[in-house]
Design a protein around this ligand. Structure first.
Ligand SMILES: *[C@@H]1O[C@H](CO)[C@@H](O)[C@H](O)[C@H]1NC(C)=O
Length: 299
């Protein structure tokens, strides 16, 4: 039997080329050496720019959905939208806000944190290790049935998309919106030394939070303190985000824009398989395009 093992290992490696990022979270529980951003970044096939524009157009207010971005009088108010909440796959709430730093949980003594609590809503997460999104507590209570906790979500910050989980809520008076864990905030804006007392103030961060039980990161991928399996976070994120993009009629991530030379110039219903894309048969081409001399072309 022993000679079979290398063969088995080799073939498994071929079937699953993505190395599972199972981690001992405590090794990343550091303010300056958290998990690399690649562990929770969206795949290049996700149409980030198009999702950001679509998010800016969402207009249907959810219930109990409007909150100030900080507690000074006259602070801008932001509304959580429910336009995307009825899809059967990839249903989500969406809003655009600033990004303050939350360090509740075991890293509550992070730099600048004045009012930390040692627990987060569904555990005692490590803000240095877990990319999480915060929502106002009242909103979480109103939508508890579809937001049971640890739902996968994403932020779009500075043109990049990162996945995280709904890990904490804000119960200040007034409750404020636009907040994420230390790791998420500092990954979004790595040059700004964001900390418990210094957030990203511009209202230009898109938050997408998936709803329903199918969007909850399973207990096999996290424990009370840490995410232990980033591959699952990423694959759930890509899958939910792909469904959402499809529901919104969006196609084309950077897959299209990074194609060199014969880059397809038109958009079509199957991103990366539009006019000019490489093909070997017409099944490789979108819509009713045919495959002529190795390129998708009009029939
Ligand atoms: C609160 O938000 C407003 C923008 O709405 C900003 O001008 C102000 O500086 C913020 N205050 C604090 C304390 O961050």
């Amino acid at each position: 039997m022993t000679f079979l093992l290398p063969v088995l290992v080799a073939s498994l490696a071929l079937v699953n080329p993505t190395v599972a990022q199972s981690v001992d979270g405590s090794k990343y529980n550091s303010p300056t050496a958290g998990p690399p951003s690649s562990y929770f970044a969206a795949a290049t096939s996700i149409p980030v720019a198009a999702l950001k524009s679509a998010a800016a157009k969402a207009s249907t207010a959810a219930k109990d959905a409007t909150y100030p971005i900080n507690n000074s009088g006259g602070a801008a108010k932001v509304t959580i939208h429910s336009d995307w909440s009825k899809f059967s796959e990839g249903a989500a709430f969406v809003w655009v806000a600033d990004m303050d730093v939350d360090c509740d949980g075991i890293d509550y003594k992070c730099k600048g944190n004045q009012d930390g609590q040692s627990e987060t809503n569904f555990g005692a997460l490590a803000a240095y290790e877990v990319p999480w999104i915060v929502i106002p507590d009242k909103f979480g209570t109103t939508y508890q049935s579809v937001l049971p906790g640890n739902n996968v979500g994403a932020v779009i910050c500075d043109g990049k998309m990162f996945y995280g989980i709904y890990g904490d809520s804000d119960g200040d008076d007034p409750e404020v919106i636009g907040e994420a864990s230390w790791l998420m905030a500092r990954t979004c804006f790595p040059n700004d030394d964001l900390n418990g007392n210094a957030g990203h103030g511009s209202v230009d961060v898109t938050y997408i939070l998936f709803t329903g039980k199918d969007s909850v990161l399973p207990s096999s991928a996290l424990n009370k303190n840490y995410i232990t399996d980033f591959s699952t976070l990423r694959s759930m994120g890509d899958s939910l985000m792909g469904s959402l993009a499809k529901n919104l009629g969006l196609s084309g991530g950077s897959e299209t824009s990074t194609t060199t030379g014969s880059a397809p110039t038109t958009t079509c219903s199957w991103s990366g398989h539009c006019l000019g894309a490489s093909c070997s048969t017409e099944n490789d081409c979108s819509d009713d395009f045919v495959c002529t001399s190795g390129k998708c072309a009009n029939p």
